[in-house]
Design a protein around this ligand. Structure first.
Ligand code: MG
Length: 370
């Protein structure tokens, strides 16, 4: 097979403004508008791939909006001349360019998968291992607010078809207990509720809250910052536990599993460096019997669609939740990209990611590597 070569990479900035009220989570963090970085990877055969990373602000995880362009400029120079279909080689080259900074690598990795899919005439999910589902049920995160407001939000989103919800908690413990109780009250027995503290609780507060809801059907997500703290909470409570922020790589996953820290994990594409590494972590998690949430910090049409191919190639018994963040704002950068319908997200059957970016929406490139 002749080599295909990356010849040019263009970087674009767009900004998404949430349709809903201010998105608030633990430690007083909040966002309303989010800059997203979109990359276009071009090849000597004329095939083009698209990638994207839209961080949830600058402080949620190791993903700094203004840093993505700089990182792509450094990494991108080393990708020129590489074959975008050779994913492990691409990732080796990216890791040899900059240690860490996975949020800069994720959009490039996604764009290479888009090219590989188009070159093979197959959707990315097929190349990631196989297409298990036509579509999948979504969850909706509920911005931190009063227990009454959060319950009302859930009832409104149920009207849009969602049956799985993730509460932003990690605030005052007595209010967090009420948030969980009042929202569980408006849900049916088959509906899924997660209380996500995003590392914001102390061990003491986490144990108080989780024990106060021990009779309720609720999952707890990443109560505290460190694995040791999360372990202490788990050993002193009885609700199912999901680890999110600590899953940065295969090794933290294997370490946390060995210590019995959790029943499920949350994989974020830009935290682990893109689809290649996310699929590796997903495969290990499946082998370990863990349930899996797959998404990104925030997302537009391109990164949300990338997530959908990871979900589509995940064995359904291990799928827990995913989000459709490209519906959280008005701006569509790929109007034909997959989109939520009745609380479910479709897995594209078209080659590559299966979308067409509207370049008129992107404006001029902010960086060109050639
Ligand atoms: Mg989380």
């Amino acid at each position: 097979m002749p080599r295909m070569k990356i010849t040019r990479i263009e970087v674009f900035h767009v900004e998404y403004e949430l349709i809903e009220r201010l998105y608030v989570w633990s430690r007083g963090q909040a966002v309303k508008t989010m800059p997203s970085t979109v990359v276009k990877v071009m090849t000597d055969e004329g095939l083009v791939g698209w990638g994207e990373n839209c961080p949830l602000g600058s402080a949620y995880m190791d993903s700094y909006p203004a840093g993505i362009k700089t990182g792509i400029e450094v990494i991108g120079r080393n990708l020129l001349g590489e074959d975008p279909r050779q994913m492990d080689r691409i990732n080796f080259t990216m890791d040899a360019s900059i240690a860490g900074h996975n949020y800069c690598k994720s959009p490039l990795d996604i764009a290479c998968w888009d090219i590989a899919g188009k070159a093979a005439g197959q959707p990315v999910c097929v190349l990631l291992g196989g297409r298990y589902v036509e579509d999948y049920p979504l969850y909706r995160p509920i911005s931190m607010g009063s227990p009454e407001l959060m319950a009302a939000d859930i009832e409104r989103f149920m009207g849009e078809g969602y049956r799985r919800f993730q509460l932003k908690v990690g605030g005052d413990p007595r209010t967090d207990i009420e948030r969980i109780k009042q929202t569980r009250d408006v849900l049916g027995p088959d509906d899924i509720l997660v209380a996500d503290a995003n590392t914001g609780w102390t061990m003491r507060d986490a144990i108080r809250v989780v024990n106060a809801v021990e009779h309720l059907d609720v999952h707890i997500e990443q109560p505290c910052r460190s694995l040791r703290e999360c372990m202490n909470v788990r050993q002193n409570t009885n609700r199912p536990m999901i680890i999110d922020e600590l899953i940065t790589d295969e090794l933290p996953l294997i370490d946390a599993f060995g210590k019995g820290a959790m029943d499920g994990i949350n994989i974020k594409l830009s935290r682990v460096g893109g689809l290649t590494k996310a699929a590796t972590i997903r495969n290990i998690a499946q082998a370990l019997g863990l349930t899996i949430t797959m998404e990104d910090g925030h997302a537009g049409d391109v990164s949300c669609t990338a997530v959908s191919h990871l979900v589509g190639s995940t064995r359904p018994e291990f799928y827990f939740t995913s989000s459709d963040m490209n519906s959280y704002q008005e701006l569509r950068i790929a109007p034909d990209a997959p989109f939520r319908k009745d609380g479910r997200f479709p897995v594209s059957t078209k080659p590559g990611l299966g979308l067409t970016v509207d370049e008129g929406v992107l404006g001029d490139a902010v960086a060109v590597i050639e």
